[in-house]
Design a protein around this ligand. Structure first.
Ligand code: FE
Length: 203
């Protein structure tokens, strides 16, 4: 090739990866393994959007949580509560073209921890969102409405602003409640802006 030959740029690649193509299985969104897990079954739905309300499609949404008795499958969890052989406490799904996700799971139990005397975490579900538009996972915790432990929880109260804190509490939702099967809870995740969902990895 002569020195003055023009360099032709390589074709640009479409941004990826595309999580819904084969990376995740639909059954991973059902933490009850078809209803075998112990506890109160719930349906958990929401939308992931940016600060302008635009949906975030094809993002991986992961959750992890304690079982109905308030116990994690983890060797450092020494809570004197039973493990459930039909509940691993982990789920994964991805958002659709409108940013929606849905899990079937059980309502997690409250659990004691060693932060201070007689310390108990309110019922909560850990969330992580990982999308093509950002380079790191965003991690947060979702709570349940009316939980009496919320006002005592140092983790929940880490978010100083009361309105922002309220965005961490799911909303009971008749629309997604499945008759005779599961109460519905809605938890929308807003990734940025003034109405953003507080994240654990926000600086
Ligand atoms: Fe936890």
């Amino acid at each position: 090739m002569s020195a003055d030959a023009k360099l032709i740029p390589s074709a640009t690649q479409t941004a990826g990866p595309f999580f819904h193509f084969g990376l995740l299985r639909p059954e991973w969104a059902d933490l009850t393994h078809g209803g075998k897990a112990q506890g109160e079954k719930i349906s958990l739905e929401g939308r992931v959007t940016d600060g302008d309300g635009a949906p975030l499609p094809d993002a991986i949404v992961e959750i992890w949580q304690a079982n109905a008795a308030g116990r994690y499958i983890h060797k450092s969890d020494q809570h004197n509560a039973p493990l459930d052989p039909n509940f691993t406490g982990r789920g994964q799904t991805f958002t659709d073209s409108e940013g929606r996700y849905r899990f079937i799971t059980i309502r997690p139990g409250e659990y004691p921890w060693s932060n201070h005397y007689n310390a108990w975490r309110p019922a909560h579900i850990h969330f992580s969102v990982f999308g093509p538009a950002f380079a790191t996972r965003l991690v947060t915790q979702m709570y349940f409405p009316g939980d009496p432990l919320l006002e005592y929880d140092p983790v929940f109260n880490c978010t100083a602003d009361e309105r922002a804190r309220r965005r961490l509490i799911s909303i009971f939702d008749w629309e997604t409640t499945v008759p005779a099967e599961a109460l519905g809870y809605r938890f929308d995740i807003i990734l940025s802006g003034r109405e953003g969902t507080p994240m654990e990895n926000w600086r």
